[in-house]
Design a protein around this ligand. Structure first.
Ligand code: IPM
Ligand code: MN
Length: 354
């Protein structure tokens, strides 16, 4: 019997449904060719539902999300909803409750895609950022006291336990080994100032790196501020980068523009032993909603990452090859409205080539 995967699909807000439709088109095409089946279960979550019913993420939905093989997410964010409600209530809640402790962000410049970096091409931009996705400032510890007075005090704590640091770094070392390129893992932190959290990451990084299984991996280190300069000046230096949650959030936006922007950048929220969630990095892009002009390649690429993690490596690489053919020979620009094709035509171009 052929393999079946049950995928929870959360199209979400704005242009989310448009890009997810193309992603599913490609997933269905590649599944037929590779002899497996994708069964989708749709969930209506996002700003529209919140405005209609007041519900953000019902517990019953969360419970169902824990039972699927993977989650495929479009975009969350609505202009009429106060910032933070949907992001915290849906996206971050799923990441935390499903313990998706790795945020995997490949940074690859495909042929034909324009980068703002002068004199850099696909041969210079091909690395992966592993962002710790469950700890740090995102845990929401801290508080506000004497609110509204002239002396009010706000704290927001960067919280890390050794096990949380260790599981992320182990994943990063294993990933670097599996990737089998330069075999170099760069830790990004701020050990010169964050002498508690930075030191913990630094010590665990070196302790794991000394284990016989990882001796072949070269250890490299950047302070996060310096890393932003080096990403721009010398992206070809990097192989795999690992960092804590907030630093990872920031440097992966920089990385996204290096690879051509939000039209192409995708990410995976991974629980290596549980349910993972895959998403284009871009937001809901309200001003392009319903126009069939948004670039679906990031969502299509997120679908490819999902297959890779599910173990369908041949199908995943077929998607990546097809995307590269389309960027290299067809699409004029990655920007919404400037591709030379509509959203659904770009989906067709990739689907025909998988
Ligand atoms: C991301 C986003 C989220 C984050 C927001 C929307 C909460 O910026 O996935 O990088 O900060 O993690
Ligand atoms: Mn971000």
């Amino acid at each position: 019997m052929s393999k079946r995967y049950r995928i929870a699909v959360i199209p979400g807000d704005g242009t989310g449904p448009e890009v997810i439709r193309e992603g599913l088109k490609v997933l269905q095409a590649v599944s037929r060719k590779n002899g497996f089946t994708i069964e989708t279960v749709f969930y209506d979550l996002g700003g529209e539902r919140y405005l209609r019913t007041g519900e953000v993420l019902p517990d019953s939905v969360l419970a169902e999300l824990k039972t699927v093989d993977a989650i495929y997410l479009g975009a969350i964010g609505h202009p009429d909803v106060k910032p933070g409600i949907l992001e915290k209530g849906i996206l971050l809640r799923i990441r935390f409750e499903l313990d998706q402790y790795i945020n995997l962000r490949p940074v690859k410049l495909y042929p034909g895609v324009e980068t703002p970096l002068k004199d850099k091409g696909p041969e210079h931009v091909d690395f992966v950022v592993i962002r710790e996705n469950s700890g740090g400032i995102y845990t929401g510890m801290g508080g506000l006291t004497m609110a509204g007075t002239s002396n009010e005090v706000a704290t927001q704590i960067m919280l890390y336990t050794r096990p949380v640091v260790e599981r992320c770094l182990r994943y990063a070392f294993d990933y670097t080994k599996r990737r089998n390129r330069k075999k170099m893992l760069t830790l990004v932190h701020k050990t010169n100032v964050l002498t508690y959290c930075g030191d913990l990451w630094w010590r665990v990084f070196n302790a794991i790196g000394e284990e016989p299984a990882y001796r072949e991996i070269r250890r490299d280190y950047n302070h996060v501020d310096a890393c932003t300069m080096w990403f721009v000046k010398q992206p070809e230096w990097y192989d795999v980068v690992v960092t804590e949650n907030l630093f990872g959030d920031i440097i992966t936006d920089l990385a996204a523009i290096i690879q051509g922007g939000l039209g192409i950048a995708a990410g995976g929220n991974i629980n290596p032993t549980g349910v993972s969630m895959f998403e284009p990095m871009g937001g809901s892009a309200p001003k392009y909603t319903g126009q069939n002009v948004i670039n679906p390649l990031a969502a299509i690429s997120a679908g490819g990452m999902m297959l890779e993690v599910l173990g369908e490596t041949a199908a995943a690489s077929a998607i990546e090859q097809a995307i590269q053919q389309v960027t290299g020979t067809k699409i004029k620009s990655m920007a919404a409205g400037k591709m030379g094709y509509s959203t659904s035509q770009v989906g067709d171009l990739v689907a025909e080539r998988v």
